[in-house]
Write a protein that binds this ligand. Structure first.
Ligand code: ZN
Length: 160
């Protein structure tokens, strides 16, 4: 786990960067295809007095909801956070501000958990190819591959 002292991190405008793997981010690993074997490149930058900018880059594999084939999702996002002193202040901040989300200051702030949360938020709700590779094949399926229900009904009537 990667913990930071968020008060000092922001005040001293510290920077940290690294790479996380599926074993570090099990909740994210559960949301993408196991074959992804993704890397999350992250960078955290403190801004005095109480701001944090988190940048995330990754490529994960998900299942296209239209053709069910694998789709590469490129994640390249940057989020801005404002640290406040407690949960109550965080709630008040979030009600009044849209440009940044509030976080609660901690001497042991779990940066890795924040990275995982934000990666999960960055995943598309529904993955779809812009143009599915199999759409062409599906369009040429013979029309009479499935029995026509009206034809079946007609056969029944004839029997009766
Ligand atoms: Zn597709």
């Amino acid at each position: 786990m990667k913990h930071i002292d968020s008060v000092r991190f922001c005040k001293e405008a510290q920077q940290l960067a690294g790479i996380l793997a599926p074993v570090d981010l099990p909740r994210l690993a559960a949301e993408v295809l196991p074959a992804s074997n993704f890397k999350v490149e992250w960078r955290a930058e403190g801004e005095s007095p109480d701001a944090l900018v988190l940048s995330l880059q990754s490529k994960v594999q998900m299942k296209c909801q239209r053709c069910l084939n694998t789709i590469d999702e490129h994640i390249d996002v940057s989020y801005r956070f404002q640290f406040v002193k407690d949960e109550q202040a965080a709630q008040a901040y979030d009600e009044e501000n849209d440009e940044a989300d509030a976080l609660v200051h901690s001497r042991q702030f779990d940066l890795q958990e924040l990275i995982e949360d934000e990666m999960l938020m960055a995943l598309p709700l529904v993955s779809l190819h812009e143009a599915c590779p199999d759409v062409g094949a599906a369009a040429f399926l013979p029309v009479d591959a499935k029995p026509n229900p009206f034809a079946l009904l007609k056969n029944l009537k004839t029997v009766a």
